[in-house]
Design a protein around this ligand. Structure first.
Ligand SMILES: *Cc1c(COP(=O)(O)O)cnc(C)c1O
Length: 395
């Protein structure tokens, strides 16, 4: 059954499900590695690709397919393939679409492990990457070479919440014969649909907001039949980083509450960002929902909500940031995000700790910077927890 005529929230709850003869209401989990055929001739036809159907769970699995179909419709893509992790989704995209001699232009503000994948591992196979400042369209244009095949970004960026104009970059990519891939982990399709803005590929770490409760590691790639259904899937079924049926089921349940959760993540983050801006110990707050954000207007146009992640800079340096973090009781000290539980991170000594001080300064990661991934607790309790942090500075 097609769910195209229904709105986002309805598709998030219902799309992709096919009931078995048992008539189960919730989606079934199919923990099976292989599938049986009715006859030798049927087995041969399946293997030859002449008859559709399951062969082996590295290729297809009914629970995984339900997740893929549901996420595909939420992102507005023809096809989705699920992967064992977000990194596997990025690897499968690059391995499926690129070859030695190709060139990538990537935002310099992407997930740290993605930077390592590009600059260390893909480089070994003859794929070079240039890194550019995310919001600077001239820099993207200048970095494109004849052999550039892929533009890659996340928006908003982590932890400083800078934005890229996806529409403008998709036009640039199209005019120069490149593909545009957007890692949509921070917004999810509930807040931003890059394919509708002209992107070719959407990538997810399902580990974050799609799960939403910090349980499973997984990922996904969404796009058209040719790029994702043929090229990315072809690599995936051969190389093997597929999603397990149990994880697919957990992510399906996550999608059912995605809109509701994102709304509260956004509301809580907005309230805390506005409150933090009033605090005398704070030098600056980074959140696209603030009027003071230099790309607030773009965020209002491009996103249907401003997101659950924010950062702020204490006037004091590292010692104050650590004192602040250690004084909180509710916020979990962890680098993860997209969980019901709020988390607090000191980027300079964790996620960005391997950069040199000069690289950190260039990236805008000061010693006093603190990142919050705002969860679904009471926003009053979260504010009181941050007050404990400020109280620890007052000496
Ligand atoms: C976490 C994350 C990834 C990697 O995902 P895993 O599921 O941990 O492999 C990629 N991109 C972004 C933006 C992330 O936050």
């Amino acid at each position: 059954m097609s769910y195209d005529e229904f709105e986002f929230e309805t598709r998030a709850v219902r799309a992709g499900q096919t009931r078995t003869a048992e008539g189960e209401h919730a989606e079934a989990i199919f923990p099976t590695s292989s599938y049986v055929f009715g006859s030798a001739a049927e087995a041969a036809a399946r293997f030859a690709g002449d008859s559709p159907g399951n062969i082996y769970s590295r290729f297809t699995n009914p629970t995984v397919r339900t997740f893929e179909e549901r996420l595909a419709t939420l992102e507005g893509g023809e096809r989705c393939v699920a992967t064992s992790s977000g990194m596997a989704a990025i690897l499968a995209t690059c391995a499926g679409l690129l070859k030695a001699g190709d060139h990538i232009v990537a935002s310099r503000s992407i997930f740290g492990t993605t930077t390592v994948l590009f600059s260390t591992y893909l480089a070994r196979f003859g794929i070079e990457t240039s890194f550019v400042p995310l919001p600077d369209i001239q820099a993207w244009e200048a970095a494109i070479r004849p052999e550039t095949r892929l533009l890659f970004l996340e928006t908003p960026s982590n932890p400083l919440t800078e934005l890229a104009d996806i529409r403008a970059l998709s036009e640039l990519a199209g005019s120069r014969g490149c593909l545009l891939a957007v890692d949509n982990c921070f917004c999810t399709p509930a807040l931003q649909q890059p394919l509708a803005l002209g992107a070719d590929i959407v990538i997810h770490s399902a580990t974050k907001f799609l799960d939403g409760q910090g349980r499973c590691v997984g990922g996904a790639v969404v796009g058209n039949e040719e790029l994702v259904g043929k090229d990315v899937y072809g690599f995936l079924r051969t190389a093997g980083p597929c999603m397990s049926p149990f994880n697919a089921w957990v992510f399906l349940k996550g999608l059912e509450t995605l809109s509701l959760r994102m709304r509260v993540h956004c509301d809580n983050a907005q309230q805390l960002a506005e409150w933090l801006e009033q605090q005398p110990a704070v030098a600056h707050v980074y959140h696209p929902g603030l009027e003071s954000h230099p790309q607030h207007e773009l965020a209002s146009r491009q996103q249907q909500g401003f997101g659950g992640v924010l950062s702020f800079e204490l006037k004091g340096g590292k010692d104050d940031a650590w004192r602040f973090i250690d004084a909180t009781r509710l916020f979990s000290i962890t680098a993860n995000l997209g969980d019901t539980k709020s988390t607090v991170t000191h980027p300079a000594t964790t996620t960005h700790g391997r950069l040199t001080p000069e690289q950190r300064e260039e990236a805008g990661i000061s010693d006093g910077l603190i990142r919050l991934a705002v969860g679904l607790e009471s926003v009053n309790d979260l504010r009181m927890d941050l007050e404990r942090g400020f109280a620890a500075l007052a000496n």
